[in-house]
Design a protein around this ligand. Structure first.
Ligand code: NAP
Length: 272
């Protein structure tokens, strides 16, 4: 499994992690961890806290420092004091005493500087090791970054897959310029065009992996990118792990690029 710096946090993190929405399967998560997918993404929103509880059960036998656990606060809880309370609840459900990264799930009504200061308080108090955002367009990113006094934005988690490649034109350049990671959520969605399917199948056969692994490897071809597929099936877990060591050739990358072209974005960053 390829590991790479997670923004400028100084942490080396598995390029392919594990999603947990709406709720994960405990044993599939453990299988993924055993195979190197130690980067786990959850949120207080998922299953109304149940996802964090199952992640907590899954990770309990593993040394804490071997994992990179990410959770997210809902915008409705993102006041300065609300962030601290939400984080405590997440830590309790997860059964751990710090998060590796804590994200604002999407921008809501609370002023960004209040949320960012709340997240900085948590870094200072040792409750989280880094902070980030999700579903942020470049103008929100600039505002959030400007509000921070001590910390930097470690990542922006966005909808990014073969059917939604506009983050390459907007959020990826921002991340590169700012020393942040770009994390692809819902990374396995793709438009099913016959030519594209044939190409993915052909590349997959050449590397003895699945078309989904090829799609994931394409998304993390940039060394600042990560992907967090969710899989309850053991077969899917193993297919996703394979993406973490798959090196696509330049010609293969170019062919996938042409078969699943990025369209121009007409509005804000789409989200799930
Ligand atoms: P996804 O990971 O793209 O797709 C999940 C689906 O793909 C499941 O039905 C899964 O089936 C299937 N699958 C997994 N691996 C496969 C493989 N190798 N081959 C074929 N099918 C495979 O979608 P997602 O769950 O929406 O996104 C991933 C994670 O991103 C979420 O779980 C969540 O942690 C995060 N997320 C974040 C946001 C946000 O706003 N920040 C929004 C959405 C999602 P099985 O489960 O049956 O194996």
């Amino acid at each position: 499994m390829k590991r790479r710096p997670f923004g400028t946090t100084g942490f080396d993190v598995a390029a392919i992690g594990q999603g947990t929405w709406p709720v994960p399967d405990r044993d599939a998560l453990r299988h993924g961890i055993d195979l190197g997918m130690t980067h786990i993404d959850t949120a207080e929103l998922y299953g109304d806290g149940r996802s964090e509880e199952i992640v907590g059960e899954a990770i309990a036998p593993y040394p804490r420092e071997s994992l990179f656990v990410v959770s997210k606060v809902m915008p409705s809880n993102a006041t300065r004091i609300g962030v601290a309370r939400a984080c405590e609840r997440s830590l309790r459900r997860l059964g751990i005493d710090y998060l590796d990264c804590y994200l604002l799930h999407w921008r809501g009504a609370v002023a960004l500087d209040e949320t960012m200061h709340g997240l900085e308080d948590l870094v200072r108090d040792g409750k989280i090791r880094s902070l980030g955002v999700s579903n942020f367009d470049p103008w929100d990113l600039r505002e959030a970054a400007a509000a921070l006094e001590q910390e930097r934005i470690a990542c922006n988690q966005v909808l990014y897959n073969l059917g939604e490649r506009t983050p390459e034109a907007y959020e990826l350049p921002w991340a590169r310029a700012s020393g942040a990671a770009l994390v692809a959520y819902t990374p396995l969605a793709r438009p099913k065009n016959a030519g594209g399917e044939e190409l993915l199948a052909e590349v997959a056969a050449r590397h003895r992996v699945t078309p989904e692994a090829v799609a994931l490897a394409f998304l993390v071809r940039d060394p600042i990118a990560f992907a967090i597929p969710k899989a309850a099936s053991m077969r899917h877990v193993e297919a996703n792990v394979a993406a973490g060591s798959l090196q696509l050739e330049d010609a293969e990358l170019a062919a996938i690029d042409a078969a699943f072209p990025a369209r121009a974005r007409t509005g804000p960053l789409p989200m799930n």
